[in-house]
Write a protein that binds this ligand. Structure first.
Ligand SMILES: [Zn+2]
Ligand SMILES: [Zn+2]
Length: 332
């Protein structure tokens, strides 16, 4: 029997239609065999020794040995946003226009071509989190920037063309509608209930337990109640924090171990599916905003949006979150 559930953050309804079930774990990682890849690739711009292929190096986190590096940040060669753009808002009849002012960077997560997060040492993943943080805070100093997105596309169907482990950062001069909706809904909830919606979700999930996948000192990973795609995962900091810039050093370390666990279980249970990971924060939130709470969303690419989904904005998910959680814990 079908069931509709509402995502409290977006207000969007999700249709659960188990009859449509092509078993959700019957998908294959797109011809990616990280294990079969070399440690270095002479044609990869992100591998050490190929720096001539990079436009520039914005930031480099050195390794303890003083010779090599752990992470690097470079400009995206095919940038969607550029800080050299002039600022100028205008209107044209019913249309608003603004130049693509902003930042678009690539965070190279390791010098090793074939080492993805689940196989990295925890301190190397911690270096990635630290690099996210450094760039995030630095870009915040630009008051023309309204939102900063840090994301990781894994696999061809998730939109990546290079296998070398990397994530990206895009900083925009406008607040995208999806973020605006989340903010609006969280603020309305706070006005009505006097609690943070995200903290309430966390409290409820921890007390019911059947969608919780991992928990450590600072973070909880769970499948959301109204997951839009099979095996969607949310990672919430336990402490109430509106903006990623408020993350502490302890939290950074625990976020690194949480990322290793979450991405590791996808590899282990589902055979390394393509996915998108997004750090969802509220870039210009006040330090003491009690209604907004940053978090991370991971969406495996297991389904394709068709006419109904595109037209209505409403997803049809063939599997229930509780069952997905069980599969990730115990195996199919
Ligand atoms: Zn490489
Ligand atoms: Zn909260």
């Amino acid at each position: 029997m079908s069931e509709l559930r509402q995502n409290p953050l977006s207000g969007q309804w999700v249709v659960y239609a188990p009859l449509r079930k092509k078993r959700p774990y019957d998908f294959h990682a797109s011809e990616r065999e990280t294990a079969g890849l070399p440690e270095r690739d002479t044609s990869c711009p992100f591998c050490p020794g190929n720096e001539r292929m990079l436009p520039d190096i914005i930031l480099e986190k050195p390794d303890g040995d003083g010779v090599s590096w752990m992470t690097r940040v470079v400009p995206n060669k095919y940038a969607a946003f550029e800080s050299s753009c002039l600022e100028m808002n205008s209107e044209n009849g019913p249309y608003a226009i603004t130049p693509g002012y902003g930042y678009h960077e690539v965070i190279i997560e390791s010098p090793i071509h074939n080492e993805d997060i689940p196989r990295m040492a925890p301190e190397r993943v911690a270096a990635i989190v630290e690099t996210y943080y450094k760039r995030y805070v630095e870009i915040l100093a630009d008051r023309k920037i309204m939102e900063v997105f840090i994301f990781r596309n894994h696999g061809k169907s998730a939109g990546t063309s290079l296998v070398h482990p990397h994530s990206q950062l895009i900083a925009t001069p406008v607040v995208p509608a999806g973020i605006e909706t989340k903010k609006k809904r969280a603020r309305e909830y706070f006005r009505e209930c006097k609690h943070c919606l995200f903290c309430d979700i966390l409290r409820f999930e921890r007390s019911s337990g059947n969608r919780i996948l991992f928990e450590n000192g600072s973070f909880v990973a769970f499948i959301p109640y109204a997951a839009e795609v099979p095996f969607e995962l949310w990672i919430f900091p336990k402490a109430h924090q509106s903006d990623f810039r408020l993350i502490s050093d302890t939290q950074k370390g625990e976020l690194a171990t949480m990322l290793k666990s979450v991405l590791g279980v996808l590899t282990q249970r589902l055979g390394d599916p393509d996915y998108n990971l997004l750090l969802s924060t509220f870039t210009r939130a006040d330090r003491d905003d009690r209604s907004l709470h940053w978090h991370i969303v991971v969406r495996p690419r297991t389904t394709i949006k068709a006419g109904f989904e595109i037209g209505s904005g409403m997803a049809i998910n063939p599997s229930f979150p509780e069952e997905d959680c069980r599969i990730l814990k115990e195996g199919p």
